[in-house]
Design a protein. Sequence first.
Length: 205
Amino acid sequence: MKKITEKNINTPQFFDNFFNQQFERDDEVRFKEMMKPLEIEGLKPVNLIQKDIKIIELGCGIARLLPRIKANFPEAEVHGLDYSTVAINRMKNLHRSIEYIKGDFLNTPYRDGYFDYVLNGDSIEHLEDPGLLIAEMARICKSGGKLIISTPDKETEVRGTPTPEHLWEFEESDMTRLMGRFGAVETKVIKSHWQTIIAICTVQK
């Protein structure tokens, strides 16, 4: 874990402007990897074993991960939270079967242990203190549930110049250390729009 940018430009206004210039984001390879834990546990698109399964993505932005999950698991309760008004309003209008709310993903309104799966796609590297996000994810995840995080792998080594809004770069061992205080962690590196770490923690309480 290495600090790669000192100036923090990550604000709701920055991402409102960013999302105003973007269409819905799609990343086939990363989304498939983030959905694998659901598939491994035997959840089927038409006939969910757990009818009341609850899934949330913190920092959902305008990515199509949650709509894909809802399409594959239509009986799941699916939530998305982001601090960008533009992102939340757009996704609410496009995907009315998903519960999107504007909020702070370091201080969410959900009760302890509410969710079966808590996801975060490519935003932990934007935070001053990444550990705070993981702690909040673990708080709202039930024991035996899963935290699933993606983040660029060794960004400056792989890509050279870092993305300006990224404050940190990570290796697999960093994610194991950060998430390991909450349960057993598995990691892998995949090739998507860039080289990406997928880290999965089975929460133990």
